[in-house]
Design a protein around this ligand. Structure first.
Ligand SMILES: Nc1ncnc2c1ncn2[C@@H]1O[C@H](COP(=O)(O)OP(=O)(O)OP(=O)(O)O)[C@@H](O)[C@H]1O
Ligand SMILES: O=P(O)(O)OC[C@H]1O[C@H](OP(=O)(O)OP(=O)(O)O)[C@H](O)[C@@H]1O
Ligand SMILES: [Mg+2]
Length: 410
């Protein structure tokens, strides 16, 4: 079966009754982990493309995981970063906040260095290609959205999520329908599925760029009369253009949906996404230095991301002893800090003698709880409250590191 090109450049996806399997040739935009994939050597691949009018290649390697990937020897660990789009700048900024400075000579140069990680090179790639190249062994680590990972990684066991919440690229993949016409009173996936309009002859038409996750989600939710079409962007136009009844796309602020008279429905969220650090299991277990590199990146990320949500709060408090001050502070729910407050005597001279009337307390407070904490501090006698941002919190160990080692069976 081949992809039919619709006039609008929407490509017809599977028929209502057939849901594509991960290795379905219908889903050519996504990688196929199928063992039958023929990997065309790079030079030959170029020739095939230029002569494709007369010679149609059986398969073109795009970095999808071939049957058995041999870890090719190379000195450098490769980290894939988004080359453009909304994730690109944030990924570099996050690394910078972790004191890992990506040195890219100019935006069109696709390789860069991080002087702090001398055995690592950065390769800029489109997010979907980062996933494909992790699978093919051409990259060892990468930063991508969980949506892209799920769509193009297709639960491949070689892909390991090292850090699942890098705190940027937040969005969710969700079904949206028009808020007018026959959909006016439809507010849930169940109601959408039960609409009498859908039949084998006239299925629900869903436009999506997620040609793996879309059919999978509909199948898991028992929705049979559905057909899929795909496009590279501006999917929100499809219902108004009459091309689709509903769409499945990423939503963050919700503005695009609103501006196109579309609404989300209950039970229609396929996944929540944000940027994640992903690794190839093979690379971590077989490539010399990869595990050390990922450990260092992870430690820096965890220390920064943990600190990012916190403020350091310092206040003075009158008291007779550190213990008495501690009791007062700990009587307030928001003042226990990470491990409890640090309390130190404030020494001053009175009548020529050194005495302690005040104690300084230092606590870490979640940013969201700041104002509440300040109020509670004042309530127990705190004064002169100083608040400053925290840069890093290096814990004794990195929880995700332990998880990773367990996942790798080490
Ligand atoms: N509102 C949003 N819409 C789309 N993606 C978002 C949004 N917010 C965060 N993201 C994240 O940004 C990632 C990259 O999106 P972007 O549109 O930049 O590139 P792309 O669509 O994957 O590539 P391209 O459009 O160039 O083919 C998404 O996969 C997702 O993880
Ligand atoms: O909820 P919002 O904040 O409005 O964001 C959602 C929109 O952003 C993305 O499109 P993008 O900007 O990547 O353009 P594209 O459609 O060309 O991919 C996504 O595909 C939605 O259309
Ligand atoms: Mg996009």
């Amino acid at each position: 079966m081949s992809l039919l090109l619709l006039p609008t450049n929407l490509q017809q996806c599977p028929s209502p009754s057939t849901f594509p399997s991960p290795s379905s040739p219908l889903l050519s935009p996504s990688p196929s982990p199928s063992p039958s994939t023929v990997v065309v050597p790079r030079r030959r691949c170029l020739r095939l493309v230029t002569s494709c009018v007369s010679t149609i290649p059986t398969s073109v390697s795009n970095g999808s995981a071939p049957a058995s990937v041999v870890v090719v020897e190379r000195e450098q660990i490769r980290l894939g970063l988004p080359s453009k789009g909304r994730m690109a700048a944030d990924a570099i900024d996050l690394l910078k906040d972790c004191q890992l400075f990506v040195k890219q000579v100019n935006p069109r140069q696709y390789v860069a260095q991080i002087p702090q990680l001398p055995n690592t090179e950065v390769w800029f790639q489109r997010p979907k290609d980062i996933v494909r190249k992790l699978l093919s062994g051409d990259l060892d680590l990468g930063i991508v959205g969980l949506d892209t990972l799920s769509e193009y990684g297709q639960e491949n066991e070689d892909l390991i999520i090292v850090h699942e919440a890098l705190n940027f690229g937040d969005c969710h993949l969700s079904i949206a329908i028009p808020n007018y016409g026959i959909f006016e009173n439809i507010n849930s996936l169940k109601e959408l599925a039960q609409m009498p309009q859908w039949s084998e002859e006239r299925p629900l038409r869903l436009a999506t760029g997620f040609t793996y996750l879309g059919p999978k989600f509909m199948k898991e939710n028992g929705i049979k009369h559905v057909t899929f079409s795909t496009a590279d962007g501006a999917l929100e136009a499809a219902p108004a253009m009459g091309i689709a009844d509903a769409i499945l796309d990423l939503v963050s602020s919700g503005t695009t949906l609103k501006e196109n008279n579309l609404k989300e429905i209950e039970g229609g969220v396929v996944l929540e996404s944000q940027a994640a650090l992903v690794a190839s299991r093979r690379a971590l277990t077989e490539r010399k230095g990869a595990l050390n590199t990922v450990h260092e990146i992870l430690e820096r990320l965890e220390a920064h991301l943990k600190a990012d949500g916190q403020f350091t709060v310092v206040a003075n408090m009158r008291g007779n002893s550190a213990e008495e001050v501690a009791e007062r502070v700990l009587s307030q729910p928001s003042l226990s800090g990470l491990q409890g407050p640090t309390i130190s005597p404030v020494y001053c001279t009175k009548d020529g003698k050194v005495s302690v009337d005040y104690y300084a307390i230092v606590i870490c407070v979640p940013k969201k709880a700041l104002y509440n904490s300040v109020k509670q501090l004042r309530a127990v006698g705190g004064s002169g409250v100083l608040v400053s941002p925290l840069t890093y919190i290096f814990d004794e160990d990195t929880p995700r590191w332990g998880q990773l080692l367990r996942n790798l069976g080490i």
